[in-house]
Design a protein around this ligand. Structure first.
Ligand code: GDP
Ligand code: MG
Length: 706
């Protein structure tokens, strides 16, 4: 169906893993009549967890898109995985959603996952409502959960509902927006409506007034009316709440038991009546920093937020229409690579089922197949009206591992398969590191890497094993050293002769000219791996012909790539060639290159060589109870604690940790905290290792070389 922008709702479900997102999605689909009975996560027959591996594991691993019809509206529901490892799936869904539903497990309250997701919601400024879920759970506690949410997320968190009972008896909800009491039968579904009992009237009225005030506050006209009349009409209230919600001025709170389908219909009703359509949300950002509103009348543009490849189908691209109307067979241009892309058939998605449609209007979300040159995070636009949507900024990788096929001959196949998954999954980075002589993959956590292994083996038929990744150390020097090296070989026919006098010094920006030397030429190169090589040609009187300078530099570069201590990349070194000798017959490029290598190697060892190691900033969010163990563990990893902060009900730790100590940290953290901790990390800088570590690294390298 072609639905107008104002009648579209794009809703993403967020929450810690196990909070009940997939079950609520199922209940919402059931309530809308899209399915005739609810599947369950335990039976592996829900609409959104439809892949084999999700059913096998009983968890969502991918985001899924389900189109729901609700009265005259179309609601696109995006279910997301709760595990932090699949945050990429969350981020791309958040990008295209106009409202988020954050589930708070009534038996758990605000969880670490909630914290992390809240930060993303704020980054996207997505309108958000809370649903306190699993009210039928024996440990369900609405009041505590609500209190934690207010404490953590502020006073804009306003309850719309509260339950009158919980646990196995749960069947009654007071709704302070509609001012009615819902009583559910044992099978849930449509509740009976009752007047609010006198005993609850005071609380319900206070809640109602808080909602009316929040609605009035953001619109001057409404505020005046509210002051004049002391109340608002239903229409004014709806309008005011929609604006307040759209601008994150209010975070309404609902409650439900999705499993028993109690309360899910009301949440759908609220989304239908009050959640903003794409036409109601603040303008979206373009890549050039400007903004634009959803408009179905202009030229067409779509943004691909997710790509997967399906067996027998090939590439499946999920997109949102940002402007105009998209028709199957439209020809668009890809803003990233300027290629033309003919769109084939377009579809709405109901989990694994796709229904063909003729047109999708601005603000709608759909699917198309077999795009040729277009990937996740790219914009396609109609000719003559170039626009580029601000791309999704995916989180930095958090763990790394080396991978190998059990049989060497499969290496090429493995790398090809990895690159194919990398194209679909922007949170996977595949690095073929020549210096480390390893293929290293970077991802979001052990589960993420395990899933990649599973897909490689299942879909590509290549086996893959994990191996400890080597550390990209660097080598540099700390003081000046001079070296004279003569390469000379006389074996029968033509000989080889070259002599190089070399000075090496630690390089830094703006350093003075080399003491006592006459500089003839300077080349400063940025090295691929960071840092610099400065090459100074200081030959006077033609002791070495200038034509040999490039061979000499080549020799140095060879040792810069494979450093003299451990074979690691070298950085920040100034080399001055200040004298030498030539032979009229035997001098050639090869001889000077070898002389240069010899001089550099020895000079390096005399110049206070220093191994540097990469340091990362690690940010951990964890529960109070896990704090002690996590700190203790960090200490054993040579971490330096930079700060500790209590943010609401969770603790935050900031530390500097050498990457060599971070191997398999995601699994360690999970077990130290029983899953109640999350972390992010980012590269900060290279710092010198201590002498004992340096000696150990050099000894290890010698051993490997033998
Ligand atoms: N008692 C109860 N259990 C629920 C409810 N919703 C979900 N669950 C259970 O909680 C577990 C996780 O649910 P799921 O929907 O997969 O959570 P998700 O990870 O957020 O998608 C499953 O075993 C569900 O059966 C609920 O409303 N009540
Ligand atoms: Mg799920």
């Amino acid at each position: 169906m072609s639905v107008e922008t104002k009648n579209i709702r794009n809703v993403v479900l967020l929450g810690h893993s196990g909070s009940g997102k997939t079950t609520l999605t199922e209940a919402m689909l059931f309530e809308s009549g899209a399915i005739s009975r609810m599947g369950s996560v335990s039976n592996g027959n829900t609409m959104s967890d439809y892949t084999a591996i999700e059913q096998e594991r009983g968890n969502s691993l991918f985001s899924s898109l389900m189109r729901v019809k609700w009265r005259d509206h179309k609601i696109n529901v995006l279910d997301t995985p709760g595990f932090d490892d699949f945050v990429g799936e969350v981020v791309c869904s958040l990008k295209v959603a106009d409202t988020a539903i954050m589930l708070l497990n009534a038996a758990q309250g605000v969880e670490v996952g909630t914290e992390i997701l809240w930060d993303y919601v704020n980054e996207f400024r997505t309108p958000l409502l809370f649903v306190v879920s699993q009210m039928d759970h024996e440990k369900a506690n609405f009041e505590t959960t609500l209190e934690q949410a207010v404490q953590r997320f502020g006073t804009k968190v306003l309850p719309v509902q509260y339950p009158l009972n919980s646990g196995s008896e749960f069947n009654t909800i007071i709704d302070a927006l509609r001012m009615v009491m819902y009583v559910f039968g044992p099978n849930g579904g449509k509740p009976e409506k009752h007047p609010i009992p006198d005993s609850e009237m005071e609380r319900a009225k206070a809640m109602h007034n808080a909602l009316v005030e929040a609605a009035a506050e953001n619109e001057e006209g409404l505020m005046e009316k509210y002051f004049d009349q002391g109340t608002l009409s239903e229409e004014e209230l709806t309008q005011g709440l929609r604006i307040a919600l759209a601008h994150q001025q209010i975070f309404p709170v609902f409650c439900c038991s999705a499993l028993q389908d109690k309360g899910s219909g009301r949440i759908m009703g609220f989304i239908n009546d009050i959640a903003p359509s794409p036409a109601d949300v603040p303008p979206y950002k373009l890549a050039d920093g400007s903004t634009k509103s959803y408009d179905a009348s202009g030229p067409t543009s779509i943004f691909i937020y997710k790509t997967i490849s399906e067996p027998q189908v090939g590439l499946v691209s999920y997109f949102k229409v940002y402007s105009g109307k998209l028709k199957g067979s439209d020809e668009l241009i890809n803003a990233a690579n300027d290629t033309h892309e003919r769109i084939g058939q377009i579809f709405e998605s109901e989990g694994k089922v796709r229904n063909a449609v003729d047109v999708l209007q601005a603000g709608d979300i759909g699917v198309t197949l077999k795009l040729k040159n277009s990937h996740t995070n790219e914009t396609l636009y109609s000719k003559g009206a170039k626009i580029e949507i601000d791309p999704i900024h995916f989180p930095e990788p958090r763990i790394r591992t080396a991978v190998v096929p059990p049989s060497k001959s499969d290496m090429e196949k493995l790398i090809k398969a990895l690159h194919q998954i990398e194209e679909e999954d922007p949170t996977l980075i595949v690095e073929q590191n020549a210096t480390l002589k390893q293929t290293i993959i970077h991802g979001q956590g052990q589960l993420h890497l395990d899933l990649i292994k599973y897909r490689i083996e299942k879909a590509f038929g290549v086996q893959m094993e994990f191996e400890r990744p080597r550390i990209p150390y660097r080598e540099t020097i700390t003081r000046v050293a001079n070296e004279v090296y003569r390469h000379k070989k006389q074996s029968g026919g033509a000989g080889q002769f070259g002599e190089v006098h070399m000075r090496i010094e630690p390089y830094y920006e703006g350093m003075p000219a080399p003491d006592g030397l006459t500089v003839k030429n300077i080349e400063v190169d940025d090295l691929d791996w960071g840092g610099k090589l400065a090459f100074y040609w200081c030959i006077v009187g033609g002791t070495i012909d200038a034509k040999f300078s490039s061979a000499i530099k080549k020799g140095i570069m060879q040792k810069m790539v494979e450093g003299p201590l451990t074979g690691s990349n070298c950085q920040d070194i100034r080399v001055s060639i200040y004298d030498g000798k030539m032979h009229p017959v035997d001098s050639n490029d090869m001889a000077f290159m070898l002389a240069s290598i010899g001089a550099f190697r020895t000079a390096f060892k005399n110049a206070g060589p220093q191994i540097l190691e990469p340091i990362y900033e690690v940010n951990i969010t964890c529960s109070d109870e896990a704090m002690g163990d996590i700190m203790g563990d960090l200490q054993s990893r040579r971490a330096i604690i930079m700060g500790m902060d209590s943010d609401g009900i969770y603790q935050k730790i900031k530390a500097r940790v050498p990457i060599s100590e971070m191997y398999q940290y995601s699994s360690t953290l999970r077990s130290l905290s029983q899953g109640k901790a999350k972390f992010t990390r980012k590269f900060i800088e290279y710092v010198p290792v201590t002498p004992d570590i340096q000696n150990k690294l050099i000894a290890n390298h010698k051993e490997e070389d033998l």
